[in-house]
Design a protein around this ligand. Sequence first.
Ligand code: F0G
Length: 419
Amino acid sequence: MTLELDSAAEPSPPEATNGVWLSCIGCEETYSPFDDILYTCPDCNSLLEVRYDSLPTFDDFSGSGVWRYTDMLPLEEGVSIQEGDTPLYHVPDLEDELSVSSLHVKHEGMNGTGSFKDRGMTVGVGVAQRLGVDRLAVASTGNTSAALAAYGARGNMETLVLLPAGKVAAGKVAQASLHGARILEVDGNFDVCLDIVQELAARGEVYLLNSLNPFRLEGQKTIGLEILEEHYERHGSYPDRIILPVGNAGNTSALYKAFREMVQPGALDPADVPALTGVQAAGAAPIVEAVENNWDGIERWNDVETIATAIRIGNPVNAPKALPGIRETGGTAVSVTDEEITAAQRDLAGEGIGVEPASAASIAGLRKLRSSGVVSNDEEVVCLTTGHLLKDPEAAAKAGGDPEPVPGDTDGVLNHINN
Ligand code: F0G
């Protein structure tokens, strides 16, 4: 893939930034990061991203987990509960069945709270402490709320989570609850929850830690960096393609940023940047619609539905960052049905890897793109699985076999299993 990188067009930093600053992806205005609380550009309302005066190469990284990559994070340390350093599993059966050169699964469900959200929160909650705010809030389909609750608890800060009533998997609500978040069940979908929490943040009532917050995406970049390093160590090559489930498109944006920031200092050849390939559920697929129609932006879907409740999202706020990422890395986006998601969840379980439905979308997407020939058989592929099976026990139990009642004696059990 060729990645266009016009360094002449790089915005210049504001003064006195200590090497870290914010830049608007629309008008390129720059801001210092910790003076004011900013989520979007005060001038044009576009998304902001974190920028650095100088960027490291692979040789500069040391240690493990998210903070291994501190040279490309906005803080030296955050509120940490040992996040990142998740396994990259080889999946030989799926690799055979889908007939690709190699297939690995980066299982983000192995983070402490069971999803990739920990990577963003260790940075985001750290920034919140640095800014001196006291009440943290998110809208969430579940995982963000669990991670915010845990990291907020660790940082001794008050947390508020807005969840779409009746549409959040049980494990996630239980986590948010036990870690001490105040849970507000909103009569509306995730996008409505996000509208409200953005308004609360604009009124100065809460500090927003959704992926609209540019600092959170800095932590999530480390997924891409770990994949590059681990894949290279094992295969002497970088993956041709990374396939990931898409909701708000935060990870898509974060991985694209990670790759650009490795290309810029010459640590990564633009030709080696993996093709970012997003997968959405058919019932919530505005990014896929925008990619298929070659639109510059997305159109909000007001009615969304899918078994993959984590990605039941109709207004992906990071689309302006993610769409260029998909296009410029030579990737694509595809939608999959709930049945295809469940089948993929079973297949991963059959290789010993337990994921929640949204995560299985990456494998379901690969299967679809292999049958249509978009992904070719010589590709080295990494699928991202974003959340643990136990997040959504109900979906797992439905996808699995039913328990069988047996009598309470050995002969009765033997008789049952042999018939
Ligand atoms: N997979 C899982 C398990 C998720 O929880 C999410 C997002 C995604 C994928 C989508 O990632 O937004 O970076 O494209 N969950 C958010 C939440 C919305 O509130 O937990 P994205």
